[in-house]
Design a protein around this ligand. Structure first.
Ligand code: PHE
Length: 377
């Protein structure tokens, strides 16, 4: 159809109406930008039919040009306009087609599935929960932002008590008081003892693992660290139960039967009597190992945590009768337990967020510690 018009150009009086219909039809049927451009070149290109018609104006008489000029120019702009309009239509069509065919399946997993792993501290907390659950302990929690009463006063540390200075406490400002009490980041997990005793009926048997905060920072101290608190309150609890519980715990945790504990007299305001607990270590293959003979060559004692019989003042502060209820409490650092068991030597790296570290020391999310399968790695 398009090429029939070619012949007409040679005629003296080309049929502009026919040419216009032919070109319009060719524009209409163009199915893509390529074919449309071919029509444009054919009509308006350097040697296009309409271009050539324009060239004939030069050879016309002025009268003739007056008539033919506007006709041919009109044709040129009409065709150019039609081509532009068609171009827009084709582009819109193409976009609609792409939108319909190129779908994104958001339910597909990304190609490189990020693996993720469980932080050793979380792993150890799970191990603690598993070991102590077997001994009949529940897991208790408390807020990390504590008030003065739970963190100190109820634990037999009144305001002027020198023990307050032992904790480098992060206090909130004076405009952040609650019920007239200063607020702080808890300096230990011991306030969970108070929250447990004030919110239920004895007997109690809980552990409380969690974050704690002190303004302290070097290779073995970070401002945020982790502790696990233990609390047993019943009628006939003694230091003997405390020692057996801790021994049973460390043997299960380090998966060795030859661990000995040593109780050293100490002082905590919330326990009386108080004892610091040490674990015996020895050296195997050039590495310090919890267990073995602490009196052998290179052997010795390392600290596990603090403990004691819950002070009567603490029991009374929780509205329990200290003549009826008594028990023991202990608290130890979780981060160091993880370091000893899994062999890291810099505590700060625990909280650096370095992916290489967590890929190396992390645990598979499916590697859930159980006593039957082993709580070790
Ligand atoms: N809260 C003590 C500390 O952070 C540890 C402890 C807990 C001591 C329970 C005795 C009993 O140092």
């Amino acid at each position: 159809m398009l090429f029939e018009t070619d012949g007409m150009m040679d005629q003296q009086k080309p049929d502009l109406e026919q040419l216009k219909q032919d070109l319009s039809a060719a524009i209409d049927v163009a199915t893509g930008l390529d074919t449309l451009d071919a029509v444009r070149v054919h009509a308006l290109g350097k040697n296009g039919v309409v271009t050539n018609l324009l060239k004939t104006l030069g050879g016309m008489s002025p009268e003739e040009r007056k008539v033919e000029g506007p006709r041919i120019n009109g044709l040129r702009s009409e065709i150019a306009g039609a081509i532009e309009a068609k171009k827009d239509a084709l582009a819109a069509e193409e976009l609609a087609e792409r939108m319909a065919s190129e779908t994104l399946d958001l339910s597909l997993p990304p190609k490189d599935t990020p693996k993720g792993s469980v932080h050793p501290v979380s792993q150890v907390m799970d191990e603690l929960a598993e070991i102590f659950a077997d001994l009949g302990f529940a897991v208790a929690t408390g807020p990390e932002i504590e008030d003065d009463w739970h963190n100190f006063t109820a634990l037999n540390i009144p305001e002027s008590h020198p023990a307050r200075a032992m904790h480098d406490t992060f206090y909130f400002g004076e405009n952040q008081m609650r019920d007239g009490m200063p607020m702080m980041l808890r300096t230990h997990t011991s306030p969970v003892q108070i929250r447990t005793m004030t919110s239920g009926e004895p007997p109690f048997r809980i552990i409380a693992p969690g974050r704690t905060y002190r303004s302290d920072s070097d290779a073995t101290h970070t401002p945020m660290f982790h502790q696990v608190e233990g609390l047993v309150i019943d009628r006939d609890i003694t230091m003997g139960h405390l020692k057996w519980t801790l021994e049973t715990f460390v043997k299960a945790f380090f998966e060795r039967d030859d661990i000995v504990l040593r109780f050293r007299p100490s002082y905590f305001p919330f326990t009386e009597p108080s004892a610091e607990i040490d674990m015996g270590f020895s050296v195997e293959n050039g590495r310090r190992i919890v267990g073995g003979d602490p009196n052998g060559p290179d052997g010795g004692w390392m600290e596990l945590g603090g403990s004691g019989m819950v002070n009567r003042h603490v029991i009374a502060a929780c509205n329990l009768d200290p003549d009826e209820w008594q028990g023991f409490a202990f608290g130890c650092g979780i981060d160091r337990l993880a370091m000893l068991k899994y062999g890291m030597d810099d505590l700060r790296a625990f909280f650096d967020g370095d992916l290489r570290w967590i890929e190396h020391y992390g645990f598979s999310a499916l590697d859930v510690p159980t006593l039957s399968a082993g709580v070790g790695a």
